[in-house]
Write a protein that binds this ligand. Structure first.
Ligand SMILES: *Cc1c(COP(=O)(O)O)cnc(C)c1O
Length: 241
């Protein structure tokens, strides 16, 4: 087995065990491979080993890889910070956007979603640790924002996304993810997704209800920058610690 196929098997086993530990069906947890800085060949390899969902943070890099991989039936998730002048290609080239944190971006994505494509699946990113430098809306603004986003015709609001402050303390990990879940429950509506959990904290996220885990390092190994002209954005905290 290749290294990536091996890593996928290990991550799948972690997901299965974490789900079973809390009595959840492992099939309700999606594995998104975060492929930022990884070459198209690594994505192809991961697809051959069974993965379909890929998450990218940097638009230009993502578009180049999508063009190279156009022969594969992949599902693309945008998970990075969004500048308003970049919404059009995101609306055109992605199936999901997990990193919406203000209404203006959501409105632009809705207006620019091509008519021939299904509504864009979106999650509202919440700054659950109240970190001033991080992306995401304030938790107290989430309910109102969610209602406004849910009313946009070409978006389908699926749930919340969060990147809690990294910590090795499982108690703190659980507490942060539980706050996201509680917020989701308060908002109610028909939200069916919680996008939370990365390589180091997927167990805690699954215990608290994650339906998408976003995994980079545990699948592809450590990232090396710069893969291109982009430097990691401020909220790419796994590389900035
Ligand atoms: C990089 C990144 C991930 C993956 O992080 P790992 O620790 O490598 O698993 C997940 N989510 C977001 C938003 C990221 O930027």
């Amino acid at each position: 087995m290749s290294t990536i196929a091996n890593n996928i098997a290990k991550v799948a086993a972690r997901i299965r065990e974490a789900a079973q530990a809390v009595g959840r069906d492992p099939d309700t947890i999606g594995l998104m491979a975060v492929s930022k800085t990884q070459p198209a060949a690594a994505i192809r390899e991961a697809h051959e080993a069974g993965l379909l969902d890929f998450g990218e943070n940097y638009l230009q890099e993502a578009l180049e890889k999508q063009a190279e991989l156009a022969d594969l039936p992949l599902v693309w998730h945008f998970i990075g910070p969004i500048q308003s002048n970049k919404t059009k290609p995101i609306a055109e080239h992605f199936d999901w956007v997990h990193s919406i944190d203000r209404l203006k971006i959501a409105q632009r994505l809705s207006n620019q979603r091509p008519a021939e494509l299904p509504p864009l699946n979106v999650c509202l990113q919440v700054n659950v640790s109240h970190e001033p430098s991080k992306s995401g809306c304030a938790p107290e603004d989430a309910a109102e924002l969610a209602r406004a986003i849910a009313a946009l015709p070409r978006l389908r609001l699926r749930g919340l996304m969060a990147i809690p402050e990294p910590t090795d303390d499982p108690v703190e990990q659980h507490a942060a993810f539980a706050r996201v879940r509680q917020l989701q429950e308060q908002i109610g509506a028909q939200l069916d997704c919680l996008s939370m959990g990365m390589s180091q904290d997927l167990e805690a996220a699954i215990a608290e209800g994650a339906t998408w885990v976003r995994i980079g390092t545990a699948l592809f190994g450590a990232r090396t920058y710069p893969a291109q002209s982009d430097t990691p954005p401020a909220n790419d905290q796994r590389n900035n610690r």
